[in-house]
Design a protein around this ligand. Structure first.
Ligand code: X2X
Length: 333
């Protein structure tokens, strides 16, 4: 009997220590706009997977896609992160730009001609300055990912110059910069969340939208009458892996280090993957019968010249120095 009791006590002891070990697992919410079917959601899942593995279960990240933690209102994500409603996020610079004006840098039309130009900003001193700006506003940024170059689709006609955009009703999101860009081109932009975009395209409330090829493909934007796609590469939105400041301060130095290095790994993995998939994605879109318009250098230039007014208005808000630093980095790439 004594032996049995000892065994029971040992078992009880063991289960108690298992329970207290289990209690040490901290769970954190991670907000994204797009889920696992998209590179963006995959970046968040990858982060969660790496964090759980490397922290040996001390930290668990639960991903909430579709901006559901802010009821679909993606431009409120940053405020919700700052206030602690959201612990972490993998977020587009577009959606945080209403609260972090510096992030409008990436939305300046035709600033970044290619992927090397994005990297010249994010991987250098300009990227560090942008991270400092995010941190000053109460969120700790850890690493970069990529949503991608945003291409223009519409249901009306092929677009190869500003003249084709007169009166075109286009869905946009983010800061008012987007309204300026499309108004300057003679179009008629309307701000709405991603949740409202597909219904608005379906009913014809808007004629067009702009998003990376991966989003056009996976969300089957071709099925809602978007027959024309123009590859104009007018801007690209990086993704930022970020953490609420109080959550960050509550973590040990070791766990902070794990979060940072895994964010950078997941981001690099996702950037490489989404770039590698682009050509295949474009082929799939063409096979579905979408008319794809590629611009000549002259047509591209015509768009860039037509949007100069956006720079006059927005460079002072973003910061003259930051824009100059970005342009120098791009020129030196
Ligand atoms: O709403 C969009 O267009 C999306 C999904 O690309 C962003 O969240 C910026």
């Amino acid at each position: 009997l004594k032996k049995q009791l000892t065994a029971l006590a040992a078992a009880a002891c063991f289960s108690m220590s298992a329970a207290s070990f289990a209690q040490e697992t901290r769970e954190f919410s991670v907000s994204t706009v797009l889920g696992d079917a998209f590179p963006w959601g995959q970046a968040a899942s990858k982060w969660a997977e790496l964090v759980e593995e490397r922290s040996e279960g001390r930290m668990k990240l639960t991903v909430y896609p579709n901006a559901q933690l802010v009821s679909g209102d993606q431009t409120r994500e940053f405020s919700a992160m700052r206030s602690g409603l959201i612990d972490m996020a993998v977020a587009s610079t577009i959606n945080w730009s209403p609260q972090v004006p510096e992030l409008n840098l990436f939305s300046l039309p035709f600033l970044m001609p290619d992927e090397a130009a994005i990297d010249a900003i994010t991987q250098g001193e300009t990227g560090e300055a942008i991270f400092a700006a995010i941190e000053r506003r109460g969120v700790i940024p850890l690493g970069w990912g990529e949503n991608g170059f945003r291409e223009l689709s519409n249901s009306r006609s092929a677009i190869s110059g500003p003249a084709d955009m007169q009166g075109l009703k286009v869905r946009v999101v983010g800061s008012p910069l987007f309204l300026d860009t499309f108004n300057t081109l003679g179009a008629n932009p309307t701000q709405m969340s991603w949740a409202d975009a597909k219904p608005a395209l379906t009913t014809g409330a808007v004629d067009g939208q702009e998003n990376p090829l991966s989003v056009f493909d996976v969300a089957r934007i071709d099925q809602v009458g978007q027959e024309h796609l123009t590859l104009w590469r007018y801007m690209a939105d990086p993704l930022v892996f970020g953490v609420n400041q109080r959550v960050w301060n509550s973590l040990s130095a070791e766990d902070q280090q794990i979060l940072r290095e895994t964010a950078q790994e997941a981001g690099a993995w996702e950037i490489e993957k989404s770039r590698a998939e682009l050509a295949e994605t474009l082929e799939r879109i063409k096979e579905r019968g979408v008319t794809v318009t590629e611009l000549t250098p002259e047509q591209h230039q015509a768009f860039a010249e037509a949007t100069q007014a956006v720079y006059e208005k927005w460079v002072p808000r973003i910061g003259e120095d930051l824009v100059e630093q970005a342009q120098a980095a791009i020129n030196a790439r």
